[in-house]
Design a protein around this ligand. Structure first.
Ligand SMILES: Nc1ncnc2c1ncn2[C@@H]1O[C@H](COP(=O)(O)OP(=O)(O)OP(=O)(O)O)[C@@H](O)[C@H]1O
Ligand SMILES: [Mg+2]
Length: 266
């Protein structure tokens, strides 16, 4: 379902996160480049997955089915980055601060540099970003944030695209690594993360089997690294635990199911 609604009276408030200096053409060879700077999250499988760590100003979409573990992963990632001294702003629009801090307690997360913001109105969030000046922003989820100037409701294609574009300008203009969580939806009423894939640098999809405790994260797009990489995690009461050698684990599990099968290590 596609919906296009004209915006009313937003004017100057749109895309304020853009770089302020006006654009001009530059010779490509005059642009200073080097290797992409990376920040290791210290979640080794995640770092490997995204090509060696997250990139300042990188804009990432984390999609996945409801309840798969998106908030858990992003909270663990936030903690790991906050422990390195980075300021992380976690916008928990879908849950109260209490709910998110309960999860944080379960996951043993207590970094001073991790700030929770329970807010769904984009302009309020933007004000807090100006004030806090974080190094990393997590938006949980993009489908719940709204701009009051737009006539359509949160989660509509118009809102989701506009909100994502705003965060893209914030990420690029202020060089803040920004992660948007997006629910994969079956109904057409809420726009799914696919409508944002073209806007972001990196697209990660969280997949898994809820009966088993395994979760897979797949890279389907990456402007800073390889695609089609997969990382496997196991969901435990203390959060997601890395599985560094998934083929061996799956094989061992399969062997338990097949009587008489034996494995020879070469
Ligand atoms: N005490 C616990 N012990 C083990 N696993 C748990 C526990 N509490 C939650 N979980 C796991 O965490 C999953 C929910 O994780 P999380 O809230 O991060 O998912 P989500 O993708 O953010 O969900 P939502 O769509 O509701 O935002 C549950 O499905 C369950 O597998
Ligand atoms: Mg969640």
């Amino acid at each position: 379902m596609l919906e296009e609604v004209e915006e009313r009276g937003a004017g100057a408030d749109r895309f304020e996160g853009r770089k302020s200096e006006s654009s001009r053409p530059v010779r490509i060879k005059e642009i200073a480049t080097g290797t992409t700077p990376r920040i290791c999250t210290n979640i080794r499988e995640f770092d490997r997955l995204v090509g060696g760590g997250i990139v300042p100003g990188g804009f990432t979409l984390v999609g996945g089915d409801p309840g798969i573990g998106k908030s858990t992963l992003m909270l663990q990632l936030s903690n790991s980055l906050a422990q390195q001294g980075l300021i992380v702003l976690y916008v928990c629009g879908e849950e109260s601060v209490e709910q998110t801090s309960l999860r944080a307690q379960r996951l043993n997360i207590d970094s001073d540099n991790l700030l929770l913001l329970c807010e769904t109105n984009f302009s309020v969030i933007a004000r807090h970003i100006e004030e806090v000046r974080p190094d990393v922003i997590i938006v949980d989820s993009v489908q719940i944030i709204y701009k009051s100037e737009l006539p359509s409701g949160p989660g509509s294609v118009t809102q989701v695209r506009e909100i994502a574009t705003e965060f893209m300008h914030i990420a690029k203009g202020k060089r803040i690594a920004t992660f948007l969580i997006g629910h994969v939806t079956k109904s057409g009423e809420i726009a799914g993360p696919r409508v944002l894939e073209h806007l972001v640098d990196t697209v990660l999809y969280f997949e898994g089997d809820r009966q088993h405790h395994y979760r897979m994260i797949r890279v389907v797009k990456n402007r800073f690294g390889p695609t089609d990489e997969v990382a496997v995690f196991q969901m435990a009461s203390t959060g997601l635990v890395e599985v560094p050698n998934p083929s061996q684990m799956f094989l061992e599990q399969r062997m338990k199911e097949v009587i008489g099968l034996s494995l020879i290590h070469i």
